[in-house]
Design a protein around this ligand. Sequence first.
Ligand SMILES: CC(C)(COP(=O)(O)OP(=O)(O)OC[C@H]1O[C@@H](n2cnc3c(N)ncnc32)[C@H](O)[C@@H]1OP(=O)(O)O)[C@@H](O)C(=O)NCCC(=O)NCCS
Length: 172
Amino acid sequence: MPKSKHVQESLTTMTEMVLPNDTNTLNNLMGGRLLHWMDICAAIAAQKHSSRIVVTASVDNVSFAEAIHLGDIVTIEAKVTRAFNSSMEVSIKVSAQNISAGGELLKTHAAFFTFVAVDQSGRPIEVAPVIVETAEEQELYQSALRRRQLRLVLAGRLKPADATELKNFLNQ
Ligand SMILES: CC(C)(COP(=O)(O)OP(=O)(O)OC[C@H]1O[C@@H](n2cnc3c(N)ncnc32)[C@H](O)[C@@H]1OP(=O)(O)O)[C@@H](O)C(=O)NCCC(=O)NCCS
């Protein structure tokens, strides 16, 4: 098995500025463009953890409650929360800043993406376990199992009856 790695070793931060070509007709950042940036940032985090080629396996629900505006600076932070066999869950947090209006940092989006490490032929390959240090890392690590079970149930890859961790959580 590959050598375990700390969460911080996968930490990846990406900064973008919203330009006219990134926006919709209301001059706000298009959701698809943001998802593209999140996917790249999260893939880099998963590559740092696994030292492998990775592919996006799933994207958990992303809510677009806050608009990000033309000219805003967008910061995306991604880190691996937990590794399973070949798959890794990546936590992504997005914030936006209008620097000319004071630069207040607004947390706008949060999501979990799942990546799978693959070999040169695209076959899944084992990844290193994650070592957690902080209380937040520990909480994300523990809750990752029920999120994995939920996404595998929704993808038709796990029978609801076998999603024991998820069932225990829902029955609390
Ligand atoms: C992701 C992919 C490698 C999985 O391949 P597979 O043949 O189904 O392999 P397996 O059944 O062995 O699953 C491998 C891992 O993927 C995970 N996985 C598969 N589908 C998943 C899904 N919808 N959500 C979350 N994880 C998923 C499995 O749980 C497993 O994780 P584990 O090894 O940690 O237990 C394959 O479906 C693929 O290459 N998809 C295309 C990826 C891609 O091109 N992404 C960009 C989109 S354009």
